[in-house]
Design a protein around this ligand. Structure first.
Ligand code: TXA
Ligand code: MG
Length: 314
């Protein structure tokens, strides 16, 4: 399959209407989209990404009226969260409508719904005239793509089209919030922080896999965000500076030691923005070990540490 590259939202949306799969930019990361109501098209997403079938997809909308096509009911919690954070980098999980095919939700009776605020994403979704399910547009297990070249690297020849946009603004995926419960539960931290959500729901909590509950967000148990290089978390620079080459560093400090690649970020936001593309750059340069400096787990720092831990776990 030849992958068509375009900057036209209309051209890209045509592929969706024909039952194809299209990568498109959002403010978080690039997504790989298909019409949620076309089972064959949704199956193509799983195949192209080599995604495990038990990992549910997020449905993307451009219009509040589309929520009722996807959700059986909108809980009072969801109503408030939607009012506050849509459009934006946040996904609400709600009971799914009958009509949503089970392949999209990996057999669950709930569905994740998100309305991106990114201009091109909004225009693309409008042209599609249907909600579009989209996981991140990477091969399963690889770092999420923050620019279209990363999508091309993983999926060229495997998908119908890439809608070309800029480097994504945030660089980490959306906050996923379960709204089927009495208080909101953050299943995956993201750019909308737990602190932000607690301003509206002080009792909102972070899902902890240590508790004895069943897996709420099946995606959380799969291997994630991994470059080929080994990812090592460090609390201070000395731990990395004494190690052997080839090695790379990303964090907030400014190393003076002998690294093959260094990214010193000015803020946690910049660190979050850069981390996935840095992982990919390290792989291109055949770096063996990537030392990632830990950050405080507040604001987007919670999401960043979540991704770093998953990337380092193997
Ligand atoms: O920012 C984002 O969310 C990006 C862009 C493209 O929108 N998408 C994304 O999708 O990161 P993906 O498939 O890589 O991650 C979706 C996450 C997974 O952890 C999955 O388990 C969870 O959302 N999820 C989706 N539907 C769910 C549901 N019904 N219940 C619980 N978790 C769900
Ligand atoms: Mg993903």
């Amino acid at each position: 399959m030849e992958t068509f590259l375009t900057e036209s939202v209309e051209e890209a949306a045509k592929f969706i209407k024909l039952g194809g799969v299209v990568a498109f930019p959002t403010e978080t990361v690039y997504g790989l989209g298909a019409n949620v109501f076309n089972e064959k098209a949704v199956a193509k997403i799983f195949k192209a990404k080599r995604r495990p079938a038990d990992n549910p997809l997020i449905a993307h909308i451009s219009d509040f009226n589309q929520i009722k096509l996807l959700a059986k009911k909108v809980t009072p919690i969801a109503e408030k969260i939607i009012q506050e954070f849509f459009p934006g980098p946040l996904t609400v999980v709600l009971p799914k409508a009958e009509k949503v095919p089970l392949i999209a939700t990996a057999g669950l009776d709930t569905i994740g719904i998100r309305m991106p605020r990114h201009e091109i994403a909004k225009r693309f979704l409008q042209c599609c005239e249907t909600p579009v399910v989209a996981p991140s547009a990477n091969l399963s297990g690889r770092p999420s793509p923050t620019d279209w070249r990363a999508v091309y690297e993983d999926l060229s020849g495997r998908i119908d089209c890439i809608l070309i946009g800029e480097v994504t603004e945030i660089g980490l995926e959306s906050t996923v919030v379960d709204c089927t419960t009495e208080t909101p539960v953050v299943l995956r931290p993201g750019a909308i922080s737990l602190e932000d959500i607690r301003k509206i729901f002080p009792a909102a909590c972070l899902f902890s896999p240590k508790s004895n509950e069943p897996v709420r967000s099946p995606g959380l148990k799969h291997k994630h965000y991994s470059p080929k290089a080994k990812v090592v978390l460090i609390k201070s620079l000395e731990e990395a500076e004494s190690a052997e080459n080839p090695k790379a560093f990303i964090g907030l400090s400014k190393p003076t030691g002998d690294f093959d690649l260094i990214k010193s970020c000015e803020s946690v936001e910049e660190y979050a923005h850069e981390v996935f593309s840095f992982f990919r750059e390290c792989d291109r340069r055949k770096i063996g070990k990537i030392y990632c400096e830990e950050v405080e787990e507040k604001g987007i720092g919670l999401a960043l540490m979540d991704r770093l831990r998953r990337a380092s776990a193997r």
